[in-house]
Design a protein around this ligand. Structure first.
Ligand code: DAH
Length: 330
């Protein structure tokens, strides 16, 4: 009796398998025959309980071999279907493509690259330095005295480890790379240093705990303040256009003497763009460059500031919020 049932089920299975063309219907058929709870083969095993013990062994074998047959046929079919559909996708050129989102440079990176480009054309080399600095390179070697307010814990991020006499901090400007470069290379030098700098400021429209600077340093025989002015005016014209009005204002920095701040006139307002000056002889002496033999100028510009002024961005925070509605405009 059970023999006949198995035979009938085998025919039914073979017939149904022929009609299977895709994975979902294959899964249905699998459930129908080898499903753990209600599969037809499971019911066959249940029937075994009712037959006499002499027949049980033989019939058990028959069911098991039917089960293996079903499983083998199902996995062959599955392989067949996968091969076919895989091929179809690859060959079907009308199949819709994927939309690839193409990113673009952040506005700060665009401005930084533009600024770097201008100086590279003027023959400058790029130098870089670490963002984690020692107070020696960030302050002492730059002639910044012990009691200077910039050294205060309120203004500078200090790290909580020291090594010998060195205290570690996040650099507050790119100027320490002037020192690192002069210790490594002899003049003549003509370098720019782009990079991130850090100050302990609460974020608002004009302050951010991280921002970007580009430092410049030129050292050689008989480099003069006229060279400094000519260089920076050339740079500002390249950046803002030939018509731009530029103003040099006397200022003070511990590492330059004399020092100046530079403003540009935009829409009727003078906007501060950079600090600069002639390298202080004390800085040269610190790195073993003879101030009698060499002179030089240095400058430091705020990239974020330039981007704001040039593109009319009202708040520094927009640069760091990562809001695509803002970033996509540039
Ligand atoms: N390091 C200064 C700052 O962060 C900027 C600066 C001013 C750099 C004058 C210079 C310079 O090289 O000569 O405020």
């Amino acid at each position: 009796m059970l023999d006949d049932v198995i035979e009938k089920l085998r025919k039914e299975f073979i017939e149904k398998l022929k009609g299977i063309k895709d994975e979902p219907s294959l899964l249905n058929l699998k459930g129908e025959f080898v499903g753990r709870k209600r599969g037809k083969i499971k019911s066959l095993f249940k029937e075994l309980g009712k037959v006499s013990s002499e027949e049980r062994g033989k019939l058990g074998q028959a069911i098991n071999s039917f089960k293996s047959f079903v499983e083998k046929s199902l996995s062959e079919k599955e392989r067949e279907i996968k091969q076919k559909t895989g091929k179809k996708k690859g060959e079907d050129y009308t199949y819709p493509g994927y939309r690839i989102e193409i990113g673009k440079k952040h506005l700060l990176k665009q401005v930084l690259d533009e600024v770097i480009d201008i100086f590279l054309k003027m023959g400058y080399h790029i130098e870089t330095g670490p963002e984690v600095e020692t107070d020696y390179f960030n302050f002492t070697a730059l002639n910044i005295p012990e009691e200077h307010p910039a050294r205060d814990e309120h203004d500078t991020f200090y790290l909580d480890f020291e090594k010998g006499k060195d205290k570690f901090l996040l650099r507050t400007h790119t100027s320490p790379v002037q020192i690192r470069t002069m210790l490594k290379k002899r003049p003549p030098l003509k370098i720019i240093v782009p990079g991130k700098v850090f100050r302990k400021d609460e974020p608002d429209d004009t302050h951010s705990p991280v921002f970007h600077q580009l430092e410049g340093l030129v050292v050689g025989k008989s480099i003069s303040f006229a060279d400094l002015k000519g260089t920076l005016i050339t740079f500002l014209k390249a950046l803002f256009g030939d018509e731009i009005k530029v103003r040099f204002r006397p200022s003070f920095f511990p590492f330059t003497e004399p020092s100046a701040e530079v403003d540009v006139l935009l829409d009727g307002d003078w906007l501060e763009i950079l600090g600069c000056g002639m390298v202080d002889p004390a800085v040269f002496s610190e790195v073993g460059v003879d101030p009698e033999e060499f002179t030089g100028f240095a400058f430091g510009l705020g990239i974020d500031r330039i981007a704001m002024v040039k593109y009319g961005v009202k708040s520094l925070r927009y640069f760091y919020d990562n809001d695509l509605r803002f970033l996509r405009q540039f």
